[in-house]
Design a protein around this ligand. Structure first.
Ligand code: F6P
Length: 525
């Protein structure tokens, strides 16, 4: 048994769960008229109602004890102090510095000067783009900007650019390309004019095959229309920690925006990786996003464990995964503008905590990150909610609901009514008596996160909330949430298979399935 599963807090939680396994959510609500209030938290523009989780006050107390036992407050302090808590890569984890304001940070190693210099450069670039002074090789103003990146260099800015649609300023149109499948870039370039198209090549490492291949295709597309010329550099910027990689692609140094090794890719949207967001919503909106994150940072650093929103969300996940046996969690934003949020969370949560070796190098004997999935309501209701209500798996749901904002209040009300209906139906079921197939058993847990409005600030809070939640889970599961060794092997295997597929060659050492599929693909090629 691991130290964690042997620990007093874990054991107490396991017994508590057994003792109360038969208690229903309906009983918990009936026993406490103030349950909704008691099991809700507020921070800034966010309200978290977790009363529809299968927890009572004692479960929450024991969960907070689990967090205390794992020394969560100490780990929060270590992250904000810039300790090398990404132990397998010997790196600090300082995405919080990207939104820090006031004084040297972290103490003894001020990185904020770098951060603010980069923000100033972003602001100048955004001004140029919005005022038509960003020009292509022949002097025409840029009309379209294509962000080429993948993973953390794509999912965050893509999600935010959509989420902030209502804040978009006049200026160039924005597009995103991630897939190495040329269809992605090709479809994006249809209808775009090379002379007025600009590419941001976003890659922290500048070694990612997908991004480099797409950047090379983009250059070829420009060359085919505008000819080979040094002036093509007018059509490119890069966001990277690898300035020489960007220089090798012919991107001029003044168009290279920095990220740093102390920012993980999936935590980098607060850096120049967020440039596409600033380009569409404006730099002031980007600063508001940072401010929202900053306010969640302040809450996270100061609120007591049981009132700390990221901590509570993490503890609820641990309760569902480790004590109720939930294999996955669905995230359902009732907002078309937040449609890409589940995809963004998938990388944040599963690349961070989808791990089975703990910080001490031992295999864990408990489940770690659940499978995160989901899509926007209400279309989700007509797709997979059947399984949520009546299927055989217990799948906790995070509903995200946006408060009313005046003009669109009727539509917002419809969305909110549907979200509330779904969470109530999951919790309390439907005891239809005429036929068993109509029964909804209920007792299916969910949280509801209410955002006052979908503003840059509220989004900053929402994202930082999830970043910190992931961190707390990692601390309790004793994982390093900041590396991603699991994705490296597949990349190098693909590199060795590609020449065998194109040119043929020795395949005897391959497994018989891969060998046979390669042969079949070559025959048909
Ligand atoms: O392969 C996974 C990964 O390293 C992610 O962690 C990262 O966000 C993504 O690839 C893209 O990396 P880069 O920004 O270096 O191109």
């Amino acid at each position: 048994m691991s130290r964690l599963t042997r620990s007093p807090a874990w054991q107490a939680l396991a017994s508590h769960q057994k003792r109360h396994a038969a208690t229903t959510l309906a009983q918990l609500f009936a026993a406490d008229a103030s349950r909704a209030n008691r099991f809700s938290l507020e921070s800034g523009d966010l309200l978290l109602d977790y009363s529809k989780h299968r927890v009572d006050a004692e479960a929450m107390r024991l969960l907070a004890e689990l967090a205390a036992q794992a020394q969560v407050p100490g780990w929060i302090g270590r992250m904000f102090a810039g300790d090398l808590i990404n132990n397998t890569e010997a790196r600090a984890v300082l995405h919080v510095a990207l939104r820090f304001k006031g004084g040297a940070f972290p103490e003894g190693r001020d990185v904020t000067r770098l951060v603010h210099a980069a923000l100033d450069r972003m602001r100048r670039f955004v001004d140029d783009a919005q005022h038509g002074t960003l020009k292509g090789a022949d002097g025409r103003a840029i009309t379209d900007i294509v962000n080429i990146g993948i993973g953390g260099s794509d999912l965050g800015p893509r999600m935010l650019a959509r989420a902030l649609r209502r804040f978009h300023k006049p200026g160039p149109r924005l597009h995103f390309v991630a897939n190495i499948d040329p269809a992605d870039l090709d479809a994006t370039l249809v209808g775009l004019t090379p002379a007025t198209t600009f590419f941001i090549v976003a890659s922290k490492t500048f070694t990612t095959t997908e991004t480099l291949d797409n950047a090379a295709r983009a250059r070829a597309w420009l060359e085919a229309a505008l000819g080979k010329s040094g002036r093509l550099s007018a059509h490119f910027a890069a966001v990277t920690a690898n300035a020489s990689g960007a220089a090798a692609l012919g991107i001029s140094p003044e168009r290279v925006f920095p990220v740093w090794d102390w920012v993980g890719g999936r935590y980098s949207v607060w850096s120049a990786v967020g440039l596409p967001v600033a380009l569409t919503a404006g730099m002031d909106a980007f600063e508001n996003l940072l401010e929202g994150a900053r306010s969640m940072d302040a809450h996270f650093r100061s609120a007591p464990l049981e009132l700390n929103m990221p901590v509570v969300l993490a503890l609820l996940e641990i309760w569902c995964v480790n004590f109720l046996g939930a294999p996955s969690r669905a995230v359902i934003p009732y907002s078309e503008d937040l449609r890409d949020f589940p995809a963004y969370l998938q990388q944040l949560e599963m690349e961070s905590n989808g791990k089975r070796i703990d910080r001490d190098g031992n295999e864990v004997d408990y489940a770690t990150a659940p499978i995160v999935w989901g899509s926007a309501g209400t279309p989700s209701q007509h797709s997979f909610h059947q399984l949520l209500h009546q299927g055989t798996h217990l799948i906790p749901v995070d509903f995200i609901v946006i408060g009313q904002d005046g003009e669109s209040s009727a539509a917002q009300a419809t969305l909110a009514a549907n979200a509330l209906a779904q969470s109530a139906a999951l919790a309390f079921g439907n005891p239809a008596t005429d036929a068993p197939h109509k029964v909804l058993p209920g007792d299916r847990p969910s949280s509801t996160l209410l955002l006052k409005r979908l503003t840059p600030r509220a989004l900053g809070e929402l994202i930082a909330l999830h970043e910190h939640k992931v961190f707390v889970e990692g601390v309790i599961w004793n994982l390093n949430s900041f590396d991603q060794w699991g994705v490296e092997h597949g990349k190098s295997l693909a590199r060795t298979l590609l020449p065998k597929l194109i040119e043929g060659g020795e395949t005897a050492a391959l497994d018989s399935s891969t060998r046979a599929l390669l042969a079949r693909l070559r025959d048909r090629g």
